[in-house]
Write a protein that binds this ligand. Structure first.
Ligand code: TXA
Ligand code: MG
Length: 329
């Protein structure tokens, strides 16, 4: 299959581009599109055959459910039931935006592979003109996980999507780099108090200002994870990634040590380390691009320089997963 990328710029007339995307999705195909967080791989959430194509293109385990995207709170409420008051408050406060709410799905609405057979669904209204335009024209809910190969860093640019999805999907809508750079906060509204299953741009503090106490998921700890996606490897670059405390002396020592073993090193940091073979920026909106850039090098090892106490919770969460919790020592 040929994979076409089309630019959807706010300043040009894009009617034809959207019409193509709508035709593909209505016809049961998969189209990649930008959201404010990361690019999504979208299909008609009511068409199981179309949704299967998402799992196939990503190589995603079928027990990991997908997030459903809709154009408004009103549309969302057509597909979910037993919606708690606090969920409505979150919708009003954060939608459109980087917050996914786990709610009871109305039975027999979504294709069962969207929710991996669960009675709940993750749903959000993305805050991106291209995504909203597409959803408004489609008049259908769109199941869309991040548009990367399963296990790899999520795509924040159309080029990232093309790298992973070339020949696998017919169309990529290119809306430029995404603003946020990491995936939405996932908040489970079916527990009391609500639980953050995945941290993101919308923080625990911001949520608590609106709905009171919110818990942070304590990850798996041997039990079946509440968010099925959490048990899988994530965001991993090809070379092993280690976390290291951001302390210049410590990092220079680590670089020396690795060079002593005749190995090449890439560093992710807010500061340039000239002795490293490669150095890429570390920031929420640059993380995935930097991880992907490491894959373009011959580095044998990657060090991510962090100050755990000061880091953004969502950034730290992604880095810990990408490193599989390994610290350099
Ligand atoms: O920012 C985002 O959320 C992006 C853009 C494209 O919207 N999408 C995204 O989707 O990150 P994905 O599929 O890569 O991540 C979905 C996460 C997974 O961790 C999954 O396990 C969880 O949401 N999830 C989905 N439905 C769920 C449900 N019913 N119960 C618990 N967790 C769920
Ligand atoms: Mg993902």
């Amino acid at each position: 299959m040929e994979t076409k990328t089309i630019l959807v710029d706010e300043h040009v007339n894009n009617d034809e581009s959207y019409a193509q995307a709508v035709d593909y999705i209505r016809g049961g195909e998969v189209v990649a599109f930008p959201t404010e967080t990361v690019y999504g791989l979208g299909a008609d959430a009511m068409n199981a055959t179309a949704v299967d194509k998402i799992f196939a293109a990503k190589g995603r385990p079928t027990d990991n459910p997908l997030i459903v995207h809709v154009d408004s709170k009103e549309t969302a409420l057509e597909y979910v039931e037993d919606v708690p008051e606090k969920a409505l408050q979150c919708m009003d406060a954060f939608w459109p935006g980087a917050l996914t709410l786990i709610l009871q799905a109305k039975p027999d609405t979504f294709a069962s592979n969207v929710t991996a057979g669960l009675p709940t669904v993750g749903i959000r209204v993305p805050n991106h003109p291209v995504a909203l335009n597409l959803l408004k024209r489609l008049k259908r809910p769109v199941a869309a996980p991040s548009a990367n190969t399963s296990g790899k860093p999520s795509p924040t640019m159309a080029g990232h999507v093309y790298f992973d999805m070339d020949t696998k999907i017919p169309l990529i809508l290119d809306g430029g780099p995404t603003q946020v750079g990491i995936e939405s906060t996932v908040l489970d509204m079916t527990s009391a108090p609500p639980v953050i299953l995945r941290p993101g741009q919308v923080t625990k503090e911001q949520l608590e200002e609106v709905i009171g106490t919110v818990r942070l998921s304590s990850e798996t700890k041997g039990n079946t994870p509440k968010s099925p996606g959490m048990k899988y490897a994530h965001y991993a670059p090809a070379a092993p990634l280690y976390l290291i405390e951001h302390n210049s002396k410590l990092i220079e020592k680590a670089i020396d040590h690795i060079h002593g073993k005749k190995k090449k090193i890439a560093v992710l940091s807010r500061e340039d380390f000239e002795t490293a073979d490669y150095c890429f920026p570390l920031a929420v909106d640059k993380l995935y691009d930097s991880l992907r850039k490491c894959d373009q090098t011959d580095a044998d090892l990657i060090l991510a320089c962090v100050l755990p106490e000061n880091e953004d919770a969502a950034l730290m969460n992604r880095l810990e997963k990408a490193a599989d919790h390994k610290w350099f020592s």
